[in-house]
Design a protein around this ligand. Structure first.
Ligand code: GLU
Length: 501
């Protein structure tokens, strides 16, 4: 058997360090078994998937040094490798399940489903589909579908009993079928959900081992049922422990930068990042902290993955990165890497229109644009002080802006401007006053290059990190205060939505 593993990112945002972590382990496992590593794009969520995100994910994985044998850009014998190009295959497979009686059409309206959900929650039950449409005869179901009635296709789930999930890294996991929802497989627009597409593709792409984040364990019963319904052998499952913030919560951009673009921007070396990711959940037999991909592969043993939540600690990564810079680069490489980092045409080009009107000599550049190259600007609470805003009000501006920008789907100057204007409105502040602390937190100065463009160019994670830094400089926000603001913030969003804007 040729080992075949895959990474199956959904292109719905910035490339996540967690994706590179899971990709690394899949890569090592496949390669140490003489197998293949495949990249598949899971873009079934059409509303949230973008080609831009796909491109960024591929570029980021390549940047850390991972290559795939098959994928949307390199092709391969099992393509297409983008789920949006495989819809016919999923429909065919939904039909197979309908024909075998393992799936059924569901004509329930969204209102009915909401009612059922509410009642179940009130009765303290796990919300799940109540099986209403299971009782339709095959004839009636086919007739209504042929008449064009809106419906989805759901999978059947056994009435009773327990699913035993075998995972390479764990004791057998028992999950009662009563906890498993009759999952929608095909949506009313005829497109698949993750579960159907994932199983169909893993089978057709010959994936032998599924290594993915442990948040997917609860989906395993659905997937195993589907493999059984189709009469296919399921791949071996291996759920990797999730990366965590130093406080042990799930790694999230709320608390830590999670985008690979941030680490690029901050000047981390790809080999250091990959090395650090290799130390999440795994260690070299001699516990050495610094090792390259070849060394990792020479010693890789999947059964030595440890399940204790691996902490992604930026300070430790920074320390490791420093070692690479000090120990591994000769002078010429040192210069070459800095040029590749930011001192090149591509990185400088977008700065030109912002900087040109503000300088008279090249040396002015350092003062005007130096902060683009910086990590966190060296600011103090005094820098953030504002003559019209109380310190707490300044914090509130930073905090709300952080939340608003975090939730922004597209990252461009126009969207950022609209968001910052809306934030000022909701906080009932003059735009100029609400932007003042942002200038300081983002650029380190009271005035700088135009703020919206600047935030756009700095990128999401670096901008958010600077806002967080500003909050910390002001002493941080207590949990209680955060809670209060969250509540007000959500209420404001709801009011905005209601007002139609
Ligand atoms: N598209 C899923 C994700 O984004 C893939 C999960 C899996 O590997 O099955 O994480």
């Amino acid at each position: 058997m040729t080992v075949r593993t895959r990474i199956a990112p959904s292109p719905t945002g910035d490339p996540h360090v967690g994706t590179a972590y899971v990709a690394l382990f899949n890569y090592c496992f496949a390669k140490t078994h003489g197998g293949q590593f495949i990249l598949r794009i899971e873009d079934t969520d059409q509303a949230r998937s973008t080609r831009e995100s796909e491109g960024a994910i591929l570029a980021a994985l390549r940047w850390v040094g991972l290559e795939w044998d098959e994928g949307p850009d390199v092709g391969g014998p099992h393509g297409p490798y983008r789920q949006s190009e495989r819809s016919a295959l999923y429909r065919e497979h939904a039909d197979i399940l309908l024909g075998k009686g393992h799936a059924f059409r569901c004509f329930c309206t969204a209102e009915r489903l909401t009612e059922v959900r509410k009642a179940q929650m009130a009765a303290k039950q796990t919300p799940r589909y109540d099986g209403h449409c299971l009782s339709l005869s095959a004839d009636e179901s086919a007739r209504r579908a042929a008449a064009g009635e809106t419906h989805v296709v759901r999978m059947k789930v056994p009435d009773g009993g327990t699913c035993v999930v075998h995972d390479r890294l764990r004791d057998p996991i028992h999950i009662d079928y009563s906890q498993v929802d009759m999952q929608v497989l095909l949506k009313s627009d005829g497109l698949p959900t993750y579960h159907l597409a994932n199983v169909v593709d893993d089978h057709h792409m010959g994936i032998t081992h599924v290594m993915r984040g442990e948040e997917w364990i609860s989906s395993a019963p659905k997937h195993l049922l589907l493999y059984g319904y189709f009469g296919w052998q399921a791949p071996e499952l291996c759920h990797l422990p999730l990366l965590r913030n130093p406080d042990k919560s799930k790694l999230s951009k709320r608390k830590n930068p999670t985008s690979i673009l941030y680490y690029q921007r901050m000047g981390f070396l790809p080999e250091a990042l990959l090395n650090y990711l290799g130390r999440m959940a795994w260690s070299m037999p001699d516990e050495s902290e610094k090792f390259g991909l070849d060394q990792m592969m020479a010693h890789f043993d999947v059964d030595r993955i440890s399940l204790g939540g691996p902490v992604f600690d930026v300070d430790k990564l920074t320390w490791l990165n420093g070692r690479y810079i000090r120990e591994d680069l000769d002078d010429a490489q040192f210069i070459e890497r800095i040029v590749r980092w930011q001192l090149n045409r591509e990185a400088l080009a977008p700065l030109v229109p912002l900087v040109r009107p503000r300088i008279s000599t090249w040396s002015d550049l350092v003062d005007v644009a130096g902060f683009f190259l910086q990590g966190m600007p060296p600011i103090t609470a005094d820098d953030l002080a504002h003559k019209k805003l109380e310190p707490q009000e300044v914090q509130r501006v930073l905090q709300w802006t952080q939340w608003q920008l975090e939730a922004l789907p597209a990252w461009d100057a126009a969207a950022i401007e609209a968001t910052l204007r809306a934030t000022a409105g909701v906080l009932e502040l003059k735009l100029r006053d609400s932007l003042a602390p942002l200038f300081v937190a983002i650029s380190g100065k009271k005035s700088s290059t135009p703020l919206f463009d600047t935030i756009g160019l700095l990128g999401r994670d670096l901008s958010l990190a600077r806002l967080r830094h500003g909050l910390e400089v002001l002493g941080g926000v207590s949990k209680k205060q955060q809670g209060r603001w969250q509540k007000a913030y959500r209420a404001a969003l709801a009011a905005q939505a209601e007002a139609g804007g």
